[in-house]
Design a protein around this ligand. Structure first.
Ligand SMILES: [Ca+2]
Ligand SMILES: [Ca+2]
Ligand SMILES: [Ca+2]
Length: 177
C-alpha cells in the first residue's frame, strides 16, 4: 500500500484536546481568538485526512476514534448534519469551529449549572448568603452568613444581594482563570 507510510506519519502526530480550548474559558472575548483559530486550523487539518478542506462524517468518526471516543457511522453523520450550515453533508472550517465550541460551551455550561444547583437556595433560583453559608458548611468550610454576603457582594452585579445564575457563572469563570 503506497499510502501506508504517509498515513502512519499522520498518526504519530498526537492530538490532544487542545489545552487552549479549555483554558480560554475565562472569557469569550475575542482577545485570544487569533491563536485559537490557528490551533483550530491545525486540528481541522488533522481531521481533514484527504485535505479537501471539509470534514466528512467518516473523517470525523476516525478522528474521534483516535481520540478514544467511539462513534458509530450514524452518530458521526448526525453530528455533521446537526452542525452543517450549508447542507453539503460535510463540515467546513467554520462549521467545525462551531462544533468544537459548542461542545466546549456545553461542558462548561453543564458544570456551572450543576454547581449552581448545589449552592442555590431551594426554589429561589438564586444563591443567597444563607444558602452559600449552608453549602460551604456542608463542604466542610464554615463561613458565617456575613462572610458569605460579602463574597456574594463581590460578584453581585445588579446589587440585589443574591447571585443569579449569570452572576454565579461570571464568578466561576473568573475563579478559573
Ligand atoms: Ca476531507
Ligand atoms: Ca457544510
Ligand atoms: Ca444579583
Amino acid at each position: 500500500m503506497p499510502q501506508s507510510s504517509a498515513h502512519k506519519s499522520k498518526h504519530e502526530i498526537k492530538i490532544v484536546k487542545s489545552p487552549s480550548l479549555s483554558s480560554s474559558s475565562s472569557s469569550s472575548s475575542s482577545s485570544s481568538s487569533c491563536s485559537k483559530s490557528l490551533d483550530m486550523q491545525r486540528v481541522f487539518n488533522y481531521f481533514d485526512e484527504n485535505g479537501d478542506g471539509k470534514i466528512s462524517p467518516s473523517e470525523l468518526r476516525r478522528c474521534m476514534q483516535m481520540l478514544g471516543q467511539e462513534m458509530s457511522d450514524e452518530e458521526a453523520e448526525t453530528a455533521v448534519k446537526v452542525i452543517d450550515s450549508d447542507g453539503d453533508g460535510q463540515l467546513g472550517f467554520n462549521d467545525f469551529v462551531k462544533l468544537v465550541e459548542a461542545e466546549d460551551e456545553e461542558d462548561k455550561g453543564r458544570d456551572i449549572k450543576e454547581a449552581f444547583k448545589v449552592y442555590e437556595m431551594d426554589g429561589e433560583g438564586c444563591i443567597t448568603p444563607t444558602s452559600l453559608s449552608r453549602t460551604l458548611g456542608r463542604l466542610g468550610e464554615d463561613r458565617s452568613v456575613e462572610d458569605c454576603s460579602q463574597m456574594i457582594r463581590r460578584f453581585d452585579l445588579n446589587g440585589d444581594g443574591v447571585l443569579s445564575f449569570d452572576e454565579f457563572q461570571t464568578m466561576m469563570l473568573a475563579s478559573r482563570s
